[in-house]
Design a protein around this ligand. Structure first.
Ligand code: OAD
Length: 241
């Protein structure tokens, strides 16, 4: 293993899926696919206009069928398969491109488009259809009770304890394609540094918390990430021989 690096935590955001054709959250116009984030990604928006919110996520879910993982997703899957130490890939993305590329040590802290949460019985189930049509929950059979299993603003991200434990143990924290605008993910770099990790950011342009990182590499994820993964795996192999 490269000297001093055994445990790795990687945080990804919308930027890693941009080259696959999935829109980032904060586009040049400040909108997400033409909507203000507050109008589609809050519990208040869902209470106020459930049809709009369901139609919005139905469209995002349908779009997933038209996109493919890119070189950055594939490189992280290769790292996952070959890295002998601990590794946790934490994604803020609700698409399924990391798993389709082959990543296994992965968690979705902001939920998944491919999951439904039943407000009737609280079950979460795989989902691949149109929620706006009010389908029945596969567990309790009640119709019209499903909502996207997405963490909206004001809701608690998933698996925070597991993430905090991994951050406290990691030797290297890497952030890829995230604007660093949304907490708690934006604070992971500080937690990792507090526990002694080296920190690296790869993004198209400096994120809001760029100054917290030991190193920042600017460019497209599809170009930066494969090279970084190859270097890390080569250094690891060199040190073992
Ligand atoms: P953003 O849209 O805020 O930021 C995406 C980042 O990726 C920006 O800093 C871009 O510069 C960068 N980027 C764009 N294309 C890239 C490329 N090809 N290679 C590398 N970087 C690129 O998305 P997130 O930071 O993921 O939360 O947003 C965080 C959270 O805010 C989301 O998970 C979502 C959103 O509202 C919830 O829904 C709770």
């Amino acid at each position: 293993m490269p000297r001093d690096i055994s445990n790795i935590v990687i945080l990804t955001g919308a930027g890693i899926s941009a080259e696959s054709g999935v829109a980032t959250f904060r586009g040049p116009d400040g909108l997400w696919e033409g909507h203000r984030v507050e109008d589609v990604a809050t519990p208040e928006a869902f209470a106020h206009d459930p049809d709009l919110v369901q139609a919005f996520y139905d469209a995002r879910r349908a779009k997933l069928k038209t996109v493919e993982p890119n070189a950055a997703h594939r490189a992280l899957a290769k790292l996952d398969a070959q890295w002998p130490g601990e590794l946790l890939l934490v994604t803020q993305n609700v698409d399924d491109l990391h798993e389709r590329a082959g990543s296994e040590r992965l968690l979705h802290m902001h939920g998944e488009l491919g999951s439904a949460w039943c407000l009737g019985c609280d079950a979460r189930s795989p989902f691949d259809g149109l929620m706006a049509e009010g389908p029945a929950c596969p567990v309790c059979r009640q119709p019209g009770q499903l909502r996207p299993d997405i963490v909206w603003f004001g809701e608690m991200p998933y698996e925070m304890e597991r993430i905090e434990r991994a951050l406290a143990r990691c030797d290297l924290f890497v952030s890829i394609g995230t604007s660093g605008a949304v907490y708690p993910a934006a604070g992971f770099v500080q937690t990792a540094r507090y526990h002694g990790a080296r920190t690296l950011e790869m993004n198209l342009n400096p994120s809001e918390g760029s100054f917290h990182f030991h190193e920042s590499r600017m460019g497209r994820a599809g170009e930066l990430v494969p090279g970084w993964v190859e270097d890390l795996l080569r250094e690891n192999a060199d040190e073992r021989t």
